[in-house]
Design a protein around this ligand. Structure first.
Ligand code: HEC
Length: 209
């Protein structure tokens, strides 16, 4: 499945989450502040979900678990922070795209879903063609939305990835500097420093002529 860590996909996926999934699911490993890692400013991030401060995680949007179940056919919408860790991308993809064109409900009010082995889920079909407002007024298919929202959820579940990206440059530069210092002392010859060595051996050409 074509899930990347491309910033565009993660941003589109967040946009879907904040417009749709946030109405039923919590996301306890995510705060608006995390959006700074995607290049949003503090101010922009703070405005994206009005009911949360930038340092709050996204709570289950019901007064209690009983109420959450009451509104969802007796099922609790699970926290989605780690869903890409305990379900495969394909499993989530099949679920979100598995409702078919007509919504069918059984006697227990469950929704038919071909993506699930049981064939039924308590989750109302969350996505429809063009249902997300975005800056470009682009209308996307359920398949595209699904890929994007999985990309976002996967990013939420991999905090190390962001850190890895952020520390690459400092790590590489400190390795480079350590390397220079080491080379310098190894080459030290007759108490000469690397620079004297370079100059004396005309490694960069001669400055005398
Ligand atoms: C109207 C409420 C509602 C909305 C909106 C909603 N969900 Fe759900 N979702 C549920 C409920 C309820 C369940 C539990 C279904 C069950 O147990 O049968 C669920 C289950 C899931 C599961 C399965 C988790 C698991 O491990 O079994 C995933 C994945 C999921 N939702 C993703 C999403 C995504 C992504 C969005 C946004 C695009 C979304 N949901 C929007 C109510 C909702």
């Amino acid at each position: 499945m074509d899930i990347s860590f491309k910033i565009g996909q993660i941003k589109r996926g967040f946009n879907i989450f904040r417009q749709v999934c946030i109405n039923c699911h919590s996301l306890k490993l995510f705060k608006l502040m995390d959006l700074l890692k995607l290049g949003y400013t503090h101010k922009q991030a703070a405005l994206l979900v009005k009911k949360y401060r930038i340092i709050d995680y996204f709570k289950l949007p019901y007064k209690s678990i009983i109420q959450a179940k009451h509104f969802n056919n007796g099922s609790l919408p699970p926290d989605l922070s780690l869903v890409t860790k305990y379900r495969s991308f394909q499993w989530i993809y099949d679920l979100l795209t598995g409702y078919g064109n007509t919504v069918i409900r059984n006697k227990s009010n469950l929704y038919q879903n071909k993506g699930l082995e049981s064939g039924w889920t308590a989750m109302r079909p969350p996505l429809a063609y063009g249902c997300i407002k975005d800056n470009f007024c682009a209308q996307h298919t359920i398949h595209q939305y699904t890929r994007d929202v999985i990309g976002f959820l996967n990013w939420v579940s991999e905090p190390w990835l962001n850190i890895r990206q952020r520390i690459t440059i400092p790590i590489l530069s400190s390795l480079f500097i350590t390397g220079l210092i080491l080379t310098n002392s190894l080459i030290k010859n007759n108490n000469k420093t690397l620079w004297e060595y370079i100059v004396n051996n005309h490694l960069f050409g001669s400055w005398n002529h």
